[in-house]
Write a protein that binds this ligand. Structure first.
Ligand SMILES: Cc1cc2nc3c(=O)[nH]c(=O)nc-3n(C[C@H](O)[C@H](O)[C@H](O)COP(=O)(O)O)c2cc1C
Length: 169
């Protein structure tokens, strides 16, 4: 039997969201027995969505909202017959500043996943309850070496989703 597949999909203009996606994929990979696909949203094919047991989707914050590209991506998902129902869904986000959108963006993504009937989950730790996020431009976080805290939560999210994907019927 095929291994369950976890799709980590992201939009990233400047690379921050991609780095967080890579940490999520690392965490999922650490579980073993799960196939991981890490793709920018413009390279995701409909077959990937059908095949995935879990979809972890990430966006930068753009003026308090998900990037429009990410909303368009979700709007393009197959809906007729709700083929994504009962797949696991999780979210991640990066924002330049503290408390100016990243939590809202994760909730926006999760809300759309619920419309598709997905089973939504957050990260491993309570500090990643809505998903994994990172602050990329403000204060001490304005440097890649100070991002480890965020990467740890991202790995935890990937790991949790992969473990749950293995438990799906
Ligand atoms: C058009 C635009 C709007 C933005 N608006 C916000 C915002 O409202 N809140 C925030 O925290 N960061 C905002 N940012 C910063 C990005 O969310 C942040 O730099 C993010 O990490 C970029 O992700 P990327 O490197 O994957 O492209 C904005 C960036 C752009 C380009």
């Amino acid at each position: 039997q095929d291994q369950p597949m976890v799709l980590v999909a992201y939009f990233s203009q400047f690379g921050n969201t991609q780095v967080l996606a890579e940490a999520i994929a690392d965490g999922a990979e650490s579980v073993g027995g799960v196939e991981i696909k890490l793709l920018p949203i413009d390279q995701v094919e409909t077959q990937d969505l059908f095949k995935a047991s879990a979809i972890i989707l990430g966006s930068p914050v753009y003026n308090g909202n998900p990037a429009p590209q990410v909303l368009e991506f979700i709007n393009s998902w197959p809906f007729e017959g709700r083929p994504l129902k009962d797949k696991i869904g999780a979210a991640f986000a990066t924002g330049g500043g503290i408390s100016i959108g990243e939590e809202g963006v994760m909730i926006d993504i999760l809300r759309a996943m619920l419309i598709h009937g997905m089973i939504i989950v957050g990260g491993e730790e309570v500090e990643a309850a809505f998903g994994a996020s990172s602050i990329t431009g403000e204060g001490p976080f304005n440097s890649s070496k100070n991002q480890e805290l965020f990467y740890e939560k991202a790995r935890g999210l990937g790991k949790r989703v992969a473990l749950l994907a293995l438990r799906l019927p």
